[in-house]
Design a protein around this ligand. Structure first.
Ligand SMILES: [Zn+2]
Length: 116
C-alpha cells in the first residue's frame, strides 16, 4: 500500500542529533542497524560519524516513501549548517571565525574519542 500524493516534501535529518521515527518494522530497523545508525530506546536514532550515510538514507527513503536528506551540523556547536556554508564543510562560519576554533575542535574531538 502506498500513501498518496502529499509525501513530496523532503525529510531532513541532522547528523549527530537524535531523531525519532514512526514504527517501521523489524526489517527496516535491522537495515538501519546494519548502516550503523545509532539507536537508543529513550532518544531514538542518530546519524554519527560511524554511520554508512548513503545506506541509511536509502533505507529511510524507502521505508518512509519520502525523500530523505542529511543535513549536516557544525562539529563544534551543533548548529545546522545552512546555505552559507560550503558543501562538505563541518564547521559553521561563526565557529570558523573564532580565534579559539582550532582549540575547540581538538577539545571536541578529544571528548568524542573518550566517549567511544
Ligand atoms: Zn559552529
Amino acid at each position: 500500500m502506498r500513501l498518496s500524493t502529499s509525501v513530496s516534501h523532503k525529510l531532513r535529518i541532522a547528523s549527530n542529533k537524535w531523531f525519532s521515527l514512526p514504527r517501521l518494522g523489524r526489517e527496516v530497523f535491522s537495515d538501519l542497524m546494519k548502516a550503523k545508525v545509532k539507536y537508543d530506546t529513550k532518544f531514538g536514532f542518530k546519524i554519527t560519524s560511524e554511520t554508512d550515510v548513503p545506506r541509511a538514507i536509502s533505507v529511510l527513503s524507502r521505508a518512509l516513501d519520502q525523500q530523505v536528506e542529511l543535513q549536516s551540523s557544525c562539529f563544534i556547536c551543533n548548529e545546522i549548517l545552512g546555505e552559507n556554508e560550503k558543501p562538505g564543510s563541518i564547521i559553521c562560519a561563526k565557529c570558523k571565525d573564532r580565534e579559539d576554533c582550532y582549540a575547540l575542535y581538538t577539545m571536541k574531538f578529544a571528548t568524542l574519542v573518550e566517549n567511544l
